[in-house]
Design a protein around this ligand. Sequence first.
Ligand SMILES: Cc1ncc(COP(=O)(O)O)c(C=O)c1O
Length: 398
Amino acid sequence: MPGFELFSDLERKEVNDVLDNGVLMRYGFDGMRKGHWKAKALEAELATTFKSNHVQLVSSGTAAVSVALASAGVGAGDEVIMPTFTFVASFEAIMMLGAIPVLVDIDDTLTLDPKAVKAAITPKTKAVMIVQMCGSMGNMEALSKICNDHNLIFVEDACQAIGGSYKGKPLGSIADLGCFSFDFVKTITCGEGGAVVTNNKAYYINADHFSDHGHDHVGNDRGAETHPFLGYNFRISELHAAVGLAQVRRLPEFIAIQKRNYTILRNALTEIPEVTFRNVPDGGEESYAFLNFFMPDLELAQKVTAAFKANGVDACWNYYQNNWHYIRKWNHLKDLKSLYPISSEVKKGLEYLKTKSFDQSDHYISRNISCLIKLSWTEKEVKERADKMAQLISSAIN
Ligand SMILES: Cc1ncc(COP(=O)(O)O)c(C=O)c1O
C-alpha cells in the first residue's frame, strides 16, 4: 500500500522546486515563491480526485478528523458514534475536542453496523463517523439515511481508503465531511499530512481558518488578517505537500498495482472453502489496500497468522491481538490515562467502556486476518506469495 515504495524523480522534482525557492510555509511570501504553491496545487488535484468542491490540507490524518469535526461544530459533551474497529487516532481526535466517542459494533463489512448505530443514538449524539478500515466501506446508503433522519453530521474517516468508491463516488466524498491521511504508510504519502474534503462551503471555510490559528486568509499581509474565531496550527508544509503532489498524480497507477496484487492473492484463497471474505456492499469497490478474510474461528486465525509470520509472509495481522486498532486492548483509554484532567462530562460519558462487551465485533475481528498489499511486489513474487499463503492456510486447517 505505501506510496513510498515507489518514490521517483517525480517526487524529487516537486521537492526541489520548494528547496530552490526556500519557501517552506504554505501561506504568504508570494514574491519569493517563483510561482510554486504546492499545498494549493495539491488541494486542487485532490478536489478533482475526490470529485468534491473543497479540500483543506492539514498536518496529519489525526488533525484531519479533529478539524473536520470542529468545522462542523462538534465539541464539549457531544457524542460521536464510531466503530470498535478503527485506528486509535479517530478516538483521540474526538477526545481532543472534549466530545465523547461512542463505540458501536461492526458487521461483516468490518465497519459500522447500521443497526448498532441506530441503537446508540441519544439526544447528545451530534455526529456519526464511519472509519473505512483497510480500504473498504460500510453500508453507506443506510448510514446516510440514519444521519439524515436524525439530523446528524456524517463523517468519513477515509484515512485508509483512498481510491475506494461507492456507487461511483470516491470514498471520503460521500458524507458531509471526509478525512484522509497521507502519513508515511498510506497509499499516497506526504511523509506526514492529511486532508479534509467537503462540498459544504461553510465547513470548508471553518476548516481553512481553524487549521491556521483562525486566520481569515483575506489579503496578502498575514499580520493584517483578522481571526473570526479560535484556531490552532494544523498546517501542512510546502515540502510535505510537494511530495504528495507528485504522489496523487500517480494514484491511478498505485491503485491498479494494488488491484492486480490483491486479485492474485484473493483468487488463490478463494479455492479454500473455510476462507470467507469481508463483505463489500453492492455498488462498492474497495481500494485493494488490504486483503481481508475470515477464518472459521479465533484459534485457526491465530494459527494461520503465526504460520504466515514463521514462513516469511509478512504484514498480515489478526487485529484481535493488536493494541492499536481494536477496542479490546485499549487499556489506557478504558482507564482514562491522561496527562491532564478530563472533564467530568467526558469521564461519565466513557464509563461504558469499563463494562460494555462488543460480542458482535469480537465475532468478526477475532476471525479476521488483514494482509497489507504492497506496491513493490513483482507479479512473480505475488504469485509465489499467494501459493504459500494458500498452502499455509490449508495445512493449518488439516
Ligand atoms: C483510520 C485512520 N484514521 C486516522 C489515522 C491517523 O492518520 P495520521 O497517522 O496521518 O495522523 C490513521 C492512520 O493510520 C488511520 O488509519
